[in-house]
Design a binder for this molecule. Structure first.
Ligand code: ZN
Length: 275
């Protein structure tokens, strides 16, 4: 199986000329992070963005950054599940670290089990603070949203598409995709790539160039990958859905990842003028 999947990986000299980035995972949950990073690199994923689920994760993430400097980007944030424990002073202290490259994981989640520990009004206030910080510092965001797209869109619209936003792992309908694209969002796709009947993949089957330019790769690794050779299988599963060859999809997603991080250069000057 490994040999056959490896054949799908394009040569290093593709049009993008660099590796893929896993845009959302939790590397601190890996027993042996070096093994995970090595396995990812063998599949063409040379960089990962590791999220904080809660601020308590940050010391571990900084140690990982020291150990794997060039391979990882550290994000600081508070998953809605931990919104009730959010400490703004501590968040702002971490934000000033030169090791922090983005804000996440943040967002909203209206599942009953999450609302029981983090009421919606608390989640909204904590997310609002993180959005404002991302805008002020021009940092990329990784956003989690479950059953709360109306509320999330209401919070995002005042930023007029100037947030560097990546919506992570959300199974979106066509109208919601349109709303998020209007706000210049990227869509980070994880194991939904293996669910051909899901709404998101149905929409991607008719994806135009604009939507393809907004697709990012993620594993959402939090202790266990959904399958072996995950990244190669992700490319093989998604390529026919978006009407690209595996090699074209690899190049496209690599370029999207670079643009997601590079967008800040143009947005910084734009947002500075708007303030
Ligand atoms: Zn996550």
């Amino acid at each position: 199986m490994q040999k056959r999947l490896s054949c799908l990986l394009p040569a290093a000299s593709d049009e993008c000329g660099s590796g893929l980035t896993d845009m959302h995972l939790h590397l601190n949950t890996a027993v042996t992070p070096s093994r995970l990073l090595r396995a990812a690199a063998l599949q063409g994923v040379t960089h990962v963005c590791t999220m904080a689920a809660q601020l308590d994760d940050m010391p571990e993430l900084f140690v990982l950054k020291q150990n794997f400097a060039r391979q990882i980007s550290v994000f600081v944030g508070c998953h809605p599940q931990y919104a009730a424990t959010f400490d703004e002073t501590r968040f702002n202290t971490y934000l000033r670290s030169p090791f922090v490259r983005g804000i996440g994981e943040c967002g909203l989640d209206k599942r009953p089990a999450v609302l029981a520990v983090a009421p919606l009004e608390v989640q909204l206030a904590v997310l609002q603070g993180q959005l404002q910080a991302a805008y002020a510092l021009d940092l990329p965001l990784s956003v989690h949203c479950v059953k709360a797209h109306a509320e999330l869109l209401r919070l995002l619209r005042p930023f007029k598409g100037q947030l560097r936003l990546c919506l992570h792992g959300a199974n979106l309908s066509a109208p919601l995709i349109e709303e998020y694209l209007k706000l210049n969002a990227y869509l980070s796709i994880g194991s939904l790539a293996f669910r051909p009947d899901c709404a998101l993949l149905q929409c991607l089957r008719t994806a135009d160039a604009h939507l393809r330019a907004r697709i990012l790769l993620e594993s959402d690794y939090a202790g266990k990958l959904p399958c072996r050779h995950y990244y190669l299988k992700w490319l093989a599963a998604l390529a026919p859905v978006v009407g690209l060859s595996v090699s074209e999809l690899q190049a496209r997603v690599a370029r999207n990842g670079q643009e997601f991080f590079a967008d800040g250069i143009s947005l910084y000057s734009a947002s500075a003028h708007c303030r």
